[in-house]
Write a new protein. Sequence first.
Length: 163
Amino acid sequence: MNKTYFLQLADYNVWANAKAISWLQQISDAQWEQDVASSFRSVRQTVLHIASAEKIWIDFWTKAAAPAFISATFNGGKHELMTTWEQASAGMRAFLMTYPEEALMHPVLFKYPRGGEAQLPFMQTFTHIINHSTYHRGQLVTLLRQVGFTGMSSIDLATFYRQ
């Protein structure tokens, strides 16, 4: 695998997140906060988890002094959270643009939210966060249906490649 492949995944992530955000802009505050049965208790909590994960990986990749899981501290509103998510998604792509291809196998140290740390090659961490976001966007589709929103379209990788 080369950097071009990872840039395609980053482009897909930006595209799919933008589609999801466009759906979220159409739901009410009540739908945003409505309790639902899933990994997270609401659409809001699911979006917060995705945005927090995308942001924390940028912190890990850049060796930020104090990587922050924003899901533990975020108190902003819907618009602010969607902006944070858009910035994290774009930030992942921007970081990758400057990341040297020869460093794709370099180790990245990361910390788990509940304690402990590990390391994986950069390419595996990047693939992980793309997969993680895709998984939770799939949950978001189900959650949106549960709160009464049905105006979604496909955000599959194959759909992205065909466009």
